[in-house]
Ligand binder design. Structure first.
Ligand code: AMP
Ligand code: ZN
Length: 469
């Protein structure tokens, strides 16, 4: 099998082909750091983490970039309302940059607790102002943008197809936060969007920069496009976000980026469905939401929440309740207890055939549009299989946990196992080289050294494997 992913743009499950074979350029929209991330936001980041780790597991080298939105995201997604960062600063009597730093660190801590790996490149939006200005200037020169009332807007009427992600179906569009929607009379078309603001009702905007159009600040959409181009180049493989980002954010990103480049930009759009409460969408702007801190306060292990996320497919909406989380927490505890018991009596030689069989099953689950619940089932199947000795079962579970990241083996033991495995493989390789050079004394010395350390080498026609005594 090969990797298949659902692509929002084509509304089909497609075979994944990266622009450069073996490499993936992946962009993920980062958090707006005006408040704590809620567990809904974190569902999106858990699933993006699983996607990145799945790609790596499947052999790709992943180059992933994420922005931190610290300016320009207004309380209404259609360029209305005040800047969310400013609202956060006013709420907490702090400066915007203090708010940004505090909530970026809080988000980082949440990611750590959920075993979400911090992306290789993380870029605060305020660090790329010159790039936005150049981008906007070029759109003006190419005739895709206009100045009105002091602001610069993108003119959607210049495009053949603006709704490439939404297929003109209003009911298919998952529209983001719409509170505070007001008509902006500067716009020529209803869907035109701001690229750069110099005039807004909110003159108290704290962060402003000089630009050819006056003192102002960038629109939210231009940030992701410019950061992606700067760090990942003109051809992007995968762009991710929650479904509320489909319209207008990602629709606008495509409009401006492809107008700027003059060619197709991103091949796969990967969107994660929302985590909802029983009363509807969980949202930061509603003010009441559940955080990882709250779950910890209530006695939950954050990884039980990760397990809760993995039990469902990323394209299905997920309803959160404490009762459901209790179910995941109890399954997680049972699973880790079982594995812990297995570790106490770890014996047996690694069985290569069975390793391959289960790794293939696990890969198939990932390749099937990142089917995490099937991938989790592989762990249970390994534990159930009586033909698997405990060392082979533990080896497989540790291998699957590279993607699941549930600390299925006690973290320290896992690290030791990993290091030991690497060490033994290196020794086997050195012994092979010694034999090839007819240095049998050295080859024997390596074998004896390992024997003393409790490792028996087994030579077969296919090569050398080992057994831990
Ligand atoms: P924000 O901090 O509002 O910019 O959102 C950060 C990420 O969380 C974005 O990718 C959103 O699409 C995503 N998101 C927002 N609300 C939810 C939710 N209830 N469930 C899952 N993801 C969400
Ligand atoms: Zn974005």
């Amino acid at each position: 099998m090969s990797l298949k992913l659902y692509n929002t743009q084509t509304r089909t499950i497609e075979e994944f082909k990266s622009n450069i074979p073996g490499e993936v350029k992946m962009y993920t929209c980062g958090p707006t750091v005006y408040h704590f991330a809620h567990i809904g936001n974190l569902r999106t980041y858990v699933m993006e983490d699983v996607l990145e780790k799945s790609l790596t597991y499947l052999g790709y080298k992943v180059n992933r970039v994420m922005n931190i939105t610290d300016v320009g995201h207004l309380s209404g997604d259609s360029d209305t309302g005040e800047d969310k960062m400013l609202a956060g600063a006013i709420r907490e009597h702090k400066s915007v940059m203090e708010i940004a730093e505090f909530y970026t660190n809080a988000f980082k801590k949440d990611c750590e607790r959920l075993n979400v790996t911090w992306p290789q490149t993380v870029v605060p939006a305020t660090s790329c102002i010159d790039d936005y200005i150049k981008f906007v200037q070029s759109l003006l020169e190419k005739g895709f943008a206009y100045i009105a009332g002091g602001n610069v807007y993108f003119d959607v009427s210049k495009l053949k197809d603006y709704y490439t992600l939404t297929n003109h179906q209003a009911d298919e569009m998952v529209v983001g936060a719409r509170e505070g929607v007001e008509e902006d009379f500067n716009k020529r078309n209803q869907n035109d969007f701001a690229l750069w603001f110099t005039k807004s009702k909110f003159e108290s905007q704290e962060l402003k920069w000089q630009s050819p159009w006056g003192l102002g600040y960038p629109g939210w959409h231009i940030e992701c496009s410019a950061i992606s181009l700067k760090y990942l180049g003109e051809y992007l493989d995968i762009h991710c976000g929650g479904v509320d980002n489909i319209f207008p954010h990602h629709t606008n990103e495509i409009a401006q980026t492809e107008s700027y480049l003059g060619h197709k930009w991103c091949n796969y759009w990967f969107h994660i469905q929302h985590l909802n409460t029983e009363g509807g969408k969980m949202s930061k702007s509603k003010g009441e939401f559940t955080t990882i801190d709250l779950l910890i306060e209530k006695g939950y292990n954050p990884l039980a929440y990760r397990m809760f996320c993995l039990q469902s497919h990323y394209r299905n909406p997920l309803v959160f309740s404490y009762e459901r989380l209790d179910g995941a927490a109890s399954a997680y505890k049972k699973l880790t207890n079982k594995i812990e018991n297995l570790q106490k009596s770890a014996t047996g030689e690694l069985n290569k055939d069975l390793i391959l069989k289960y790794q293939t099953k696990f890969k198939d689950a990932l390749e099937n549009d990142i089917n995490t619940s099937l991938a989790l089932t592989c762990v249970y199947d390994v534990l159930k299989d009586e033909n698997l000795n405990s060392n082979t079962a533990l080896y497989l579970i540790q291998d699957f946990d590279k993607v699941l990241s549930l600390n299925l083996l006690q973290q320290n033991t896992a690290k030791v196992n990993d290091d030991l495995h690497e060490y033994i493989l290196q020794k086997i390789e050195l012994r092979k080289q010694a034999k090839a050079q007819k240095n049998y004394a050295l080859a024997d010395e390596i074998r004896n050294e390992l024997t003393k350390q409790g490792v028996t080498l087994i030579d077969t026609k296919e090569g050398t494997s080992y057994k831990i005594n």
